[in-house]
Write a protein that binds this ligand. Sequence first.
Ligand code: GCB
Length: 601
Amino acid sequence: MLSAESAEDEQLWQQHLDSSIFNTGPVIDMPVPASFNDITQDPSLENYIGWVWYEKEVLLPLRWLQGDPAPRVVLRFGSAHYYSVVWVNGVQVVEHEGGHLPFEADISSVVQGSPDPLCRITVALNNTLTPHTLPPGSIQYMADKSRYPKNYFVQDTKFDFFNYAGIHRPVVLYTTPAAYIDDITVTTTSSDSVARVQYQVSVVGSTANSLSLSLRDQEGKVVATGDGAVGELKVLNPNLWWPYLMHENPGYLYSLEVKMQAQVGEVLLEDVYTLPLGIRTVHVTSTQFLINGRPFYFHGVNKHEDADIRGKGLDWPLIVKDFNLLRWLGANSFRTSHYPYAEEIMDLCDAYGIAVIDESPGVGIKLPESFGNKSLQHHLAVMEELVRRDKNRPSVVMWSVANEPASELPPAAHYFKTVIAHTKALDPSRPVTFVTDANYALDRGAPYVDVICVNSYFSWYHDPGHLEVIPLQLTAQFDNWYKTYQKPIIQSEYGADSVPGLHSDPPMMFTEEYQQAMLREYHSVLDKKRKEYVIGELIWNFADFMTNQGTTRVLGNKKGIFTRQRQPKAAAFVLRDRYWKIANESSCLPPVITSHSFYLK
Ligand code: GCB
């Protein structure tokens, strides 16, 4: 990887493309996937803002380059932060705005033109955020020469996590036939003894094609078949997809095998795609969230993609550890605060039955310019990418379009009305929310959402140190929102920082005891309100995470109930007792099971 001074340096750009970047300047080894920030000892790379370049040479199998018709060769990025331009053998193949979501390029014409199987992939990434990106940001130039060096600038953002950048998720090369299955959409409905799976398949590269579908259960038995691009499969006595702790066999997934045959010239092409499929329904009433017709209470967490060294880079051991911790905790859900998580994480949510509130990267939308048409159009495009990626996932039970925007600004009403309506049009099968700060008494997004998600930090940012105000203030918060909108409410964030190993009794801020005491105060109110219209509680945060440096952050945000290295703080045990207790009360499993034996089962 090599960093360039500025995008204007066209000569340098051309040199990077004409031959390997090894010929153009100093280059360092950079792992993929990973954030580049914490890989070296160089503080200027840690806080680097601007262009970085990656290069990789690969040898393609010869059979990818030949044939009549030759296969379609695709280069796919799981995500890269934030603005990416990609070249293959010096030819630009794709550009993409925004991190957290995949993008790909058909590179067939580039690689098949040359007899040489060597393929040089060059990527230029820029992590600069503007008022129109998601998340938004702005560059502040410090012109005062008596206080700052020449050309000094900082990236200003209004969100509370370190702005890691790099190629964060796997990059793969794959092939399809020249005619291929481009997209599948499924939705499911069910009654007690029969489920219906509506499907829609789109094929690219041929109009003369036939499609056949078969649905297999976990034993491999075919339980329904269909054909054509649009249709319905009927499943008798279905095994429904249930969230973790709501059923003894949560996360039941069928496999939908879609087979396409297409005549292209003289050749019959075949493409097969297998989609994991969960059968479940989601409904919202004025007081409840129903999964498969049963009331569902979110007892879960907010997370971040964040870890030592790799930053936001995908890390399988960490992912699996986190799911083990979630299940240890008795958590049945999480919110992908504050951006879409890796597909690998979402796959495990589907398989383990962890319900997900799938959040867009609409975090820190605070500047007035960020509510204009340019930003709005980008937000709509990002929702399209997110829905296209995650629409078939049973674990995704709700979309969240944003976190704590400055919704007190007048243009916020039109902005969020449009984003929410667009999301509902893209996916009428799921509720949509928008996460608000409890202080925004006048919330311009709330009239359009299905569920109110509210964040509050009583006794922390407000009345710091005064745990005794929580019952009154939290009760008022719930009553006010419910009275105004008559919609179910999730406490989508609450929390307190604790530095592991710091103790005091009586509890004082930043100690483990204070974090525990704050939880207990919140829980006493939540226990009353969950009998009425509160449908969930998500702790802020699952684990400590890195932020920008600041006077309120001690090596990052310490509101985790686990440390950044995934060791439990005292609060984790409070939450664990509570979540197992709630699970045992509300589950359809026999009520005799105690939390511990339930866990060991
Ligand atoms: C919030 C934000 C979250 C922060 C958290 C905090 O309201 O949604 O991103 O990290 O508060 O700890 O300040």
